[in-house]
Design a protein around this ligand. Sequence first.
Ligand code: HMN
Length: 292
Amino acid sequence: RKELGGIFSALMVAFNEKGGINERGTREIIRHNIDVMGVDGLYVGGSTGENFMLATEEKMRVFEIAVEEAKGKVKLIAQVGSLNLQEAIELGRYAKELGYDSLSAVTPFYYKFDFEEIKHYYNAITEATEMDMIVYSIPFLTGVNINIDQFAELFENKYIIGVKFTAGDFFLLERMRKSFPQHLLYAGFDEMMLSATVLGVDGAIGSTFNVNGVRAKKIFELAKEGRVDEAREIQHTTNDLIEGILDNGLYQTLKEILKDQGVDAGYTKQPMKRLSSEKIERARELSKKYIG
Ligand code: HMN
């Protein structure tokens, strides 16, 4: 299972002006990630893919496109989590059929589900699909916090092989690394990747790797070799870029940078707003300054 480590781009999806999937653009983004960024894998259907705003058929189509462009080249994880458990199962079965390496599912959110309910959700998906599962924990967006004992309980399910840890609680991350040496842990905040790597994560899954994957890979590899000073320099540059991106509008700016790099990344889906012309200019400046 540790073969599933490394740097995974949380795949962006290109949309047209009306919000439909721009397939050609999406294929370009995938190839850019593989050929130019050199990532080890793709995390398909995550937050960055604007997945929670898509219809089931659109989610399936994105899974298909990623397989067509990337199968056999990089590792593929399908995020299937949904408040509609039946949909999550259906997507999981489809990802299995398509040959994905693992599933992942966001913790069910909005209704303040208790832990028994959350556990049932994961067990239902893995029982129906018999696929490996990476828990997608992102408390700042979901409001769902899972503690170490609860992770241990989830891991009693042999299909649950790891956690995508998008949080800044590095005490918890360290405790998890010590308690679960065999499980896969992925850093979820790109701006904290070096710290997470020093704590021993097996990989990282991030949105900014779509444009900054080369640096991300370097940080990860240098830190694994114990060359922390060199890694820190690259994290500093990376964070100058990420600060600029967050300040300007995360997904919109990533798409503008991709466009500046010659990739037809299209639009974000409404109600995400369009960038003003000043912000588009700013995105282009970031692209020139940090990517080249
Ligand atoms: C996904 O599911 O798309 C990503 O894996 C989520 C990932 O953790 C990103 N988080 C969000 O977009 C909310 C980060 O890469 C994040 O965008 C980045 O660290 C900038 O804060």
